[in-house]
Design a binder for this molecule. Structure first.
Ligand code: DC
Length: 223
């Protein structure tokens, strides 16, 4: 069973690359960020403070949470609803990085990530996939690019949906999120020597995916 871990900060191109790698390997793609986002979305709906650990522990205890395979991707279903694009707003971005600091939320979601990947393998994207969720996989990739480039990408993604998405606010929010992801004590974003580090500021997603596939095939016999 093949598990490929793809970690790195926001806006670095993880999703596009991970999706391509998954399609080429014929395994499902799991975006773990969308799981943290779904919890944050429910917290906002219930008017709860995402920074309140006990409130978040109570919230998850009452959630029906499912990962459903759809078109070779894991789709989050929460209390019977597929939140989809509702998870991709700047408000949810901010709430999610606050929800993601709580160990109770993390261990609950990590168990679901492991269970999903145990079925038939997966390409799993997140912040702690190679360090905490699947530390034993030989396939760990850390994508990185300067903040300015990542913010520019995110701005283009938002342009179609968010009127007046403004660059300086986005830069500030992205920097704050990076800081929270790196500095939190529970499973912070970090890389160690077991990762192959890939700079995505030059080269397109296809080239990055090719590089990952070559590295995976060099270690494991996969299609
Ligand atoms: O990858 P993303 O932008 O959808 O992630 C949203 C937030 O969730 C981000 O602030 C970091 C957090 N996250 C995390 O802490 N651990 C993961 N495995 C995935 C995401």
């Amino acid at each position: 069973m093949t598990v490929v871990a793809i970690d790195g900060p926001a806006g670095v191109g993880k999703s596009t690359v991970a999706r391509r790698v998954a399609a080429r390997l014929g395994v499902p793609y799991l975006d773990t960020g969308s799981m943290y986002r779904a919890v944050a979305w429910k917290a906002l709906q219930a008017d709860l403070d995402p920074g309140d650990g006990s409130a978040m522990a109570r919230l998850i205890a009452g959630l029906r949470f499912e990962l459903r395979s759809r078109n070779d991707e894991a789709e989050v279903v929460v209390d019977g609803t597929v939140p989809g694009a509702r998870l991709r707003t700047p408000r949810v971005d901010v709430a999610t990085s606050r929800v993601a600091v709580h160990p109770a939320v993390r261990s609950w979601l990590v168990a679901k990530q492991r269970e999903f990947a145990a079925r038939e393998g997966a390409v799993v994207e997140g912040r702690d996939i190679g360090t905490v969720v699947f530390p034993d996989t030989p396939h760990k990739f850390y994508l990185e690019a300067p903040l300015e480039i990542r913010a520019g990408r995110r701005l283009r993604q938002l342009a179609g949906r968010e009127r007046g998405a403004d660059r300086s606010r986005l830069l500030r929010e992205m920097r704050d999120r990076d800081e929270r992801d790196i500095r939190r004590s529970a499973s912070p974003l970090r890389r160690d020597e077991t990762y192959e580090v890939i700079d995505t500021s030059t080269g397109d997603a296809e080239q990055v995916a090719d590089r990952i596939l070559r590295a995976v095939r060099a270690v494991t016999a996969v299609p």
